[in-house]
Design a protein around this ligand. Structure first.
Ligand SMILES: CC(C)(COP(=O)(O)OP(=O)(O)OC[C@H]1O[C@@H](n2cnc3c(N)ncnc32)[C@H](O)[C@@H]1OP(=O)(O)O)[C@@H](O)C(=O)NCCC(=O)NCCS
Length: 168
């Protein structure tokens, strides 16, 4: 299925206050190879094609990419369940990290949640991922729990920290 952007979504994807002509679009089947290549570069045990693909074909998910000059900078995946949503994936490619893009993508995800009337956004993050946790804290997320031994890791299992943000 080819998910062509409705004009309202295309407009929504341009944030004038953001970093550097950021251009958000929902990604499609044709983007998956590039997305998975970034995923492999950025983290061990990331998503593969079979993890991303179902999200493209289910209306409960939104998969957004951030491009600049036709270069894939990063992406996120959101899952909407009634008044709540989950941020399932957030990633910035290695050469573009630490330039504010991760924060931009997260702001964009929050705007999508607000546009869809979401009240609470949840996410899980590795206990060792202090970089992402700093980012979440800086946008007001609060740690609400922990899932023991949730992730595969290079040293066995690793806990997930569960964060949430009240959007209203
Ligand atoms: C987490 C991630 C998305 C951040 O993206 P980024 O574009 O590098 O982040 P930004 O430049 O927008 O920085 C936002 C904040 O994150 C934190 N941060 C980012 N890089 C950091 C680093 N190397 N060390 C410490 N804090 C860091 C800081 O709080 C920073 O705010 P500041 O610049 O005001 O200090 C990126 O590092 C990434 O893709 N990591 C691998 C995938 C991942 O961990 N995803 C999250 C899974 S839950």
């Amino acid at each position: 299925m080819n998910r062509t952007l409705a004009p309202s979504k295309a407009l929504f994807g341009n944030f004038s206050e953001m970093n550097s002509n950021a251009n958000f679009q929902q990604f499609e089947e044709s983007d998956l190879q590039a997305v998975v290549a970034v995923e492999r570069r950025v983290m061990p045990f990331g998503w593969n094609l079979n993890t991303f693909r179902p999200c493209l074909y289910n209306d409960a998910y939104e998969c957004w990419k951030l491009e600049k000059d036709e270069t894939l900078i990063g992406y996120c995946v959101l899952y909407f369940i009634g008044p709540t949503a989950q941020l399932l994936n957030l990633c910035v490619d290695v050469p573009h990290q630490r330039k504010g893009y991760g924060r931009d993508i997260l702001h964009f995800a929050l705007a999508r949640c607000r546009a869809k009337g979401v009240q609470d956004l949840f996410l899980e993050v590795r206990s060792s991922n202090s970089v992402a946790q700093q980012l979440y804290h800086s946008l007001g997320f609060k740690k609400i729990g922990q899932r023991k031994d949730y992730y595969e890791s290079t040293r066995g299992r690793e806990h997930a920290e569960v964060y949430s943000l009240d959007l209203y």
